[in-house]
Design a protein around this ligand. Structure first.
Ligand SMILES: Nc1ncnc2c1ncn2[C@@H]1O[C@H](COP(=O)(O)OP(=O)(O)OP(=O)(O)O)[C@@H](O)[C@H]1O
Length: 550
């Protein structure tokens, strides 16, 4: 509940729309209740008229038509306003989440898996954005209609008001509260089970080929079955609770009806109430209880919204990997990159880098070699300020990274990382990520530098070929070269290359190293690689060993 309240400002931003939706929903319910009440009164009075009493037909028949019309128009308006506000809230929620997520990227290592993240960004947001439309709005209007009907009964049939008020209160407050209390655990487990299912599907799809080849498809399927069985179990639990809640609400409706009938008959007997009015009140009571029909669904939705709110706030409150400076300094365009006695360890692990020092002059090309797992990529991560060292200082042109805006640091360096992705888009758009608005000639030049121009030219749609999942498939080497072209296209004065020739055959690798020197002229290059580097490609080759460069 506390987590849900954290989203109150976002809901309140659309408060006028919600109030209008609430008002229209109230008019719909009141018109529906009044329609039933008037019809009951009208039908009974007409029957009695045939028994010899005088009756004006015109007023009730126009009331019936009037209420029907009002109900239809108000319902339409409520849907229009409510859905419009919900869609706007959806966009506000996404904006809120992404604004909090981006400064926290990369997310603390292995804290959240992809499937879970997808779940939070989609299903949890959906659960929250319809909370007003499906849960809060109907509940509030039902509460207001219940209060109004109790007041009407207190005036016309005081004997029934108490029974009705208690039954309505029970249906709108006690039953939902009991359902929330009992269903909280199952609701949370069901949301988490949904996320587990998504993770199992994504893992299965991503690793399908390996699972087949390793003969592990059966165990993956069993794990998926277990996840789905758990999710269905939780949903069944919630379903049972909803059915019991529905039964309780129906029972309370019957209590209110019988109470009103009882008090009505006594009042008619005593001559305190006319028969047609009693019939009208009975039907109005029935009509007003119709609104409680949505309550059970609303409770389910509210429980899901609470669980979703908890998961989203947990995501939004993850610690940021680095703190942005309060008053950032401008980034010097030129100037040496300097690591000064830098020590860095991943949480709970021994240091990867220990008192490491390195100075790279502007336009210098440095390669860093070393065995797998020694800390080469970590060094690049620190330079991009994706994490801060525990000791020592990293700076550009004499200014510490901690005094620079992360966005400025990232604009200063282009990265080709070990797992740079090919986006599901055209080759052109994949390249333009490196430099928005780059001219066609520059795109081809970057492709040529990455040894990919020939392949792209041979494709019928050239630069406009869609690549990536569901598009044209590139070989691992071609995909790598596309990412490389993207990095080369960037105008960043510093190029960081992490295993740039990974997945290239030796001939292409040698060709790549040859063009790198030319393509990177005037830029600083720091390249991490296992490959044997041909003479003349870089100015210096250093080796990372025991946390230091030698
Ligand atoms: N996010 C992380 N959390 C904890 N430990 C990590 C993390 N990333 C890397 N490590 C560990 O830190 C060490 C250095 O990793 P790093 O990726 O920097 O090595 P590398 O030299 O680039 O290896 P490779 O050449 O295989 O890419 C490794 O032992 C690795 O297991």
């Amino acid at each position: 509940m506390k987590a849900l309240l954290a989203f109150a400002p976002l809901f309140l931003r659309r408060s006028r729309a919600w109030l209008l939706a609430l008002l229209l929903s109230l008019i719909t319910l009141l018109a529906g209740t009044a329609l039933l009440g008037t019809s009951g009164w009208f039908i009974t009075a007409t029957a009695l008229t045939t028994a010899g009493l005088a009756f004006n037909l015109f007023v009730p028949s126009s009331l019936v038509r009037g209420f029907s019309f009002i109900r239809i128009v108000a319902r339409y308006g409520e849907r229009l306003v409510g859905h419009d506000a919900t869609l706007r809230l959806l966009s506000d929620l996404r904006g809120w989440l992404f604004a909090r997520l981006f400064p926290r990227l990369p997310l603390p290592d292995r804290s959240i898996r992809h499937g879970d993240l997808v779940s939070r960004l989609t299903a949890d947001i959906d659960a929250l954005d319809t909370a007003f439309l499906v849960a809060i709005g109907p509940w509030l209007s039902a509460l207001l209609v219940g209060a109004g009907m109790t007041a009407l009964l207190a005036v016309l049939l005081p004997g029934a008001a108490l029974a009705y008020g208690l039954a309505m209160g029970g249906a709108l407050v006690a039953v939902p509260a009991a359902m929330v209390l009992c269903g909280r655990g199952a609701g949370r487990a069901s949301v988490e089970a949904g996320a587990e299912m998504r993770m199992a599907v994504l893992d299965g799809v991503a690793g399908h080929a390996d699972l087949v080849v390793l003969g592990a498809l059966g165990s993956a399927a069993r794990r998926f079955d277990a996840t789905t069985a758990f999710a269905s179990g939780q949903r069944r639990r919630l379903g049972r609770q909803a059915a019991l809640g529905g039964l309780a609400v129906q029972g309370l409706g019957a209590v209110a009806l019988v109470g009103t009938l009882w008090a009505g008959l006594v009042a008619v007997e005593a001559g305190a109430l006319e028969g047609p009015v009693m019939a009208g009140l009975l039907l109005a009571v029935l009509g007003s209880f119709e609104v409680t029909g949505t309550i059970v669904r609303s409770v389910g939705k509210a429980t899901a919204a609470m669980a979703a709110a908890e998961r989203l706030t947990a995501l939004a409150e993850l610690p940021a990997p680095v703190q942005e400076p309060a008053s950032p300094q401008p980034l010097p365009r030129a100037g040496a990159i300097a690591f000064e006695e830098v020590t860095f360890a991943y949480p709970g692990l021994p240091p990867v880098l220990e008192e490491l020092s390195l100075t790279v002059a502007p336009s210098e090309r440095v390669a860093i070699a070393g065995p797998s797992g020694i800390g080469k990529s970590t060094l690049l991560r620190l330079l991009l300020r994706l994490a801060d060292p525990q000791a020592g200082r990293i700076g550009i042109g004499g200014v510490a990274l901690t005094a620079l805006r992360s966005a400025d640091i990232h604009a200063h360096m282009a990265l080709l990382s070990q797992d740079s992705p090919v986006f599901i888009d055209t080759i052109r758009n994949n390249l333009l990520i490196g430099r928005a608005g780059a001219a066609e000639d520059d795109l081809w030049a970057a492709l040529a530098d990455a040894q990919l121009a020939g392949h792209v030219a041979s494709l019928p749609q050239g630069l406009d070929t869609v690549v990536g999942e569901a598009g044209r498939t590139l070989s691992a080497g071609q995909a790598r070269r596309l990412c490389l072209a993207r990095a080369l296209l960037s105008k960043a004065p510093v190029l960081l290359l992490d295993e740039p020739t990974h997945a290239l055959d030796r001939d292409t690798e040698i060709a790549f190293f040859r063009v790198l020197a030319a393509a990177a002229t005037g830029r600083t290059v720091i390249m991490v690689t296992h490959a044997a580097i041909p003479e003349g490609t870089v100015d210096r080759i250093l080796t990372l060993r025991d946390g230091k460069l030698v």
